[in-house]
Design a protein around this ligand. Sequence first.
Ligand code: NAD
Ligand code: TDX
Length: 372
Amino acid sequence: MTTARRVLVTGGAGFIGANFVRYWSDHYPDDRLVVLDALTYAGNLANLASVSDRGNYKFVHGNILDEAMLDDVMRQQQIDTIVHFAAESHVDRSIHEPDAFIQTNVVGTNKLLMAARRLWLDSDAAPETHLFHHVSTDEVYGTLGADDPPFTEHTTYAPNSPYAASKAASDHLVRSYHHTFGLQVTTSNCSNNYGPFQFPEKLIPLMIVNALTGKPLPVYGDGSNIRDWLYVEDHCRGIDLVMNKGQVGGTYNIGGNNEWRNIDIVNQLCVSIDAAFSRDDRLAGQFPDAPAASGRKTESLITFVKDRLGHDWRYAIDATLAQSELGYNPKEDFASGFQLTLNWMLQNENWWRAVMDGSYRDWISKNYSAGA
Ligand code: NAD
Ligand code: TDX
């Protein structure tokens, strides 16, 4: 793709979406960027502050379930590219309240596909070229045993949580719009991300916030579950490669080749926080409730708690296809990516304090009507 695109990013105020918007803005400054986000609990306009005064950028507060709004935005903004991040994304929430996952991840994805089809395939206003990129997860493949090979693009889908099942359904819908209607689509299935702006309900930011505020570090079960961790910017580069070089209709696994047991991640995080406090005396004043502020070890906060229902034991991605066909390779290893993330959390206390006390919602409720 060489000419400037008009890109709709759904879910762009969330963790990966916001990192992607910043990445895309840096790499493709001529492209028009339209972020569409319902600003659920996971959406935060502060995540987009660095791009908000960019020319050629627009934020739309809207829900992908709203067909009329989707048609208006697609037409008025002459969208030719969609990057679809919008989703309910937290497995624990899907266990307690699955319905929102079906609504947004399944019904919402279908609404977006229908809007794309209406403009791109069935109207006089169709752009010359178009692309719908769908952002999905490795969780659609289910769980692995210790000796199983990592997931490839040919691994049978076997989703185990309502979240994973809803993402699997959305993957199938995207595939079907290509096969049945000829919509130009690509899909990426990525492993666990971490990095700046991740909502502190997910393992790594939750553990960092709790360690800095002296709260327990809740490890589910015995902590032996394994995830394949990827720094968020590497995911964004992977999506870029899939969109620009991937086969239309194709799916690509993106991963970090970086498997860790949860308990090892938490232990590593404790050691890194202790080291940061010993390097920098000011941290003890900034975070007086952290054990490290009074010379105690952060690991003293580790608490084993009741396991997640249906907890998948191991995820691991085989990214050979993306490597060989697209030249994809992660740039950050876990040590460098984790240090970047910890430094960001130490330097952005205001961001996570506002998220934890809910005050990040005040601006939204003052400026936007409820329920959009
Ligand atoms: P997130 O929960 O941080 O952000 C989701 C965003 O979508 C929020 O801004 C939210 O307001 C918005 N949203 C939710 N429902 C919406 C709706 N109905 N209409 C419009 N906007 C809506 O999620 P994330 O971690 O950034 O994940 C983004 C995407 O990447 C998801 O599709 C997820 O399945 C996928 N993914 C995430 C990971 C990960 O480790 N976080 C890994 C692989 C794939
Ligand atoms: O407090 C915790 N304690 C704990 O032991 C939390 C929040 C998690 N865990 C465990 C559960 C998992 O084994 O840590 C692991 C990671 O948990 P999450 O951060 O909730 O991620 P996970 O369930 O693996 O799903 C994530 O990766 C794939 C994202 O949330 C999904 O959106 C993505 O698709």
